[in-house]
Ligand binder design. Structure first.
Ligand SMILES: *[C@@H]1O[C@H](CO)[C@@H](O)[C@H](O)[C@H]1NC(C)=O
Ligand SMILES: *[C@@H]1O[C@H](CO)[C@@H](O)[C@H](O)[C@H]1NC(C)=O
Length: 344
């Protein structure tokens, strides 16, 4: 029937964080170790604790939290703190489904008692009606779309935020990433891949319809990864890009213009107009080959962030005693209590 379904290159799905509704791990029972307190080094600007939320001298980080990926999120948070020279100046903005905020709030506060954070409830019905079934049902999880609502969810005083997926760890100071210059009124900075086949992200229906494909006519559009982004929230709000993304999702409901979930609307609105982030901040694909489960190696060049994008997740492979070699780099950030200490 739809041949594109069969021909979609393997690499396409490599970049996405799937959202599996209910895996076989009972995440209600997950218990995490308490992370240590992290302190600013002497050169850090001193910011009153109550002012960190709106401070432009601090670093604002946004992440979505769900129970399935909680173990990954915890590791990501720990890695951010551990490699930051001013960890006390970081504020975390977490977005979670409105029906799980209580549980997640208590998990975060017990695991990171010193963390500056706020948890924003995300109501699924905001996007539920806009989501069409994508090629991988797992990508349709409403929380995947929460990143396009950050400018509405976060307080107006937050002007710039670093958005991070849950399947990654940083091994460098997040302040460097946060400082990415957003010149020329750019709204987004993200790792951009101009060698990826951009055509393949949209259907023949899209490309054969001039009024749609003209969207990219005068843009040097390249694929970019939405799992690591620096977002200028103020400019986003001014340009009302959330509505622009929603408009493309409406088009998608009427005619199939892409096959994947939350990424294509981002490409439609921003591709060709983003500031490229150095690839060292997205050593991606470590989740491995989606079909055969093959392990992947690092791309050449320096490493500031390791991203297990793709179907395989390091915690799943470690638990199954079938880790990929690079999963050993994730393991030191795992805060899960071992089953042996659960009883204590
Ligand atoms: C929370 O809401 C989502 C979507 O409506 C649903 O799939 C999930 O089962 C709910 N979780 C709980 C614990 O009620
Ligand atoms: C890019 O993808 C399109 C659609 O999937 C395909 O027709 C085309 O041959 C690809 N181009 C290259 C250079 O691989």
């Amino acid at each position: 029937m739809n041949h594109l379904l069969l021909l979609l290159p393997i690499t396409l799905s490599l970049f996405f964080t799937p959202c599996l509704s209910n895996s076989n791990t009972n995440t209600n029972k997950l218990k995490f170790k308490e992370a240590p307190e992290f302190y600013n080094s002497r050169h850090c600007p001193s910011i009153e604790k109550n002012d960190i939320l709106c401070s432009e001298e601090g670093v604002q980080v946004a992440m979505t939290l769900d129970r399935t990926y909680l173990r990954g999120s915890m590791a990501a948070i720990l890695s951010v703190l551990q490699h930051s020279s001013c960890p006390q100046n970081i504020f975390f903005h977490f977005v979670a489904s409105s029906n799980s905020t209580t549980l997640l709030h208590s998990t975060i506060s017990t695991t990171f008692p010193y963390l500056n954070f706020h948890l924003y409830p995300f109501r699924h019905d905001v996007v539920a009606g806009l989501i069409s079934t994508s090629i991988r049902a797992a990508l349709d999880c409403p929380l995947n779309y929460a990143r396009s609502y950050l400018p509405n969810l976060l307080p107006l005083c937050v002007k710039r935020v670093v958005y991070l997926d849950s399947d990654l760890v940083l091994v460098d100071d997040i302040a460097k990433l946060a400082k990415t210059p957003l010149h020329k009124n750019a709204v987004l900075a993200a790792p951009e891949y101009c060698n990826a086949n951009f055509t393949s992200y949209f259907t023949p229906t899209f490309w054969s319809n001039p009024s749609l494909s003209l969207t990219f006519a005068d843009r040097n559009a390249c694929y970019f990864n939405t799992g690591v982004m620096v977002i200028h929230l103020e400019r986003w709000r001014l340009g009302d890009y959330t509505t622009k993304i929603e408009e493309w999702m409406e088009v998608q409901k009427r005619m199939r213009i892409y096959e994947l979930g939350s990424l294509p609307p981002f490409l439609l609105v921003f591709a060709g107009n983003i500031v490229p982030v150095d690839h060292r901040w997205n050593q991606h694909g470590l989740g491995g080959d989606n079909f055969r489960g093959l392990c992947r190696d690092l791309h050449p060049g320096p490493v500031s962030l390791l991203h297990w994008s793709g179907k395989g997740k390091p915690w799943v492979r470690l638990d199954a005693n079938r880790p990929c070699p690079l999963d050993a780099l994730w393991a030191p950030y795992d805060l899960l209590q071992t089953p042996f200490s659960l009883d204590s």
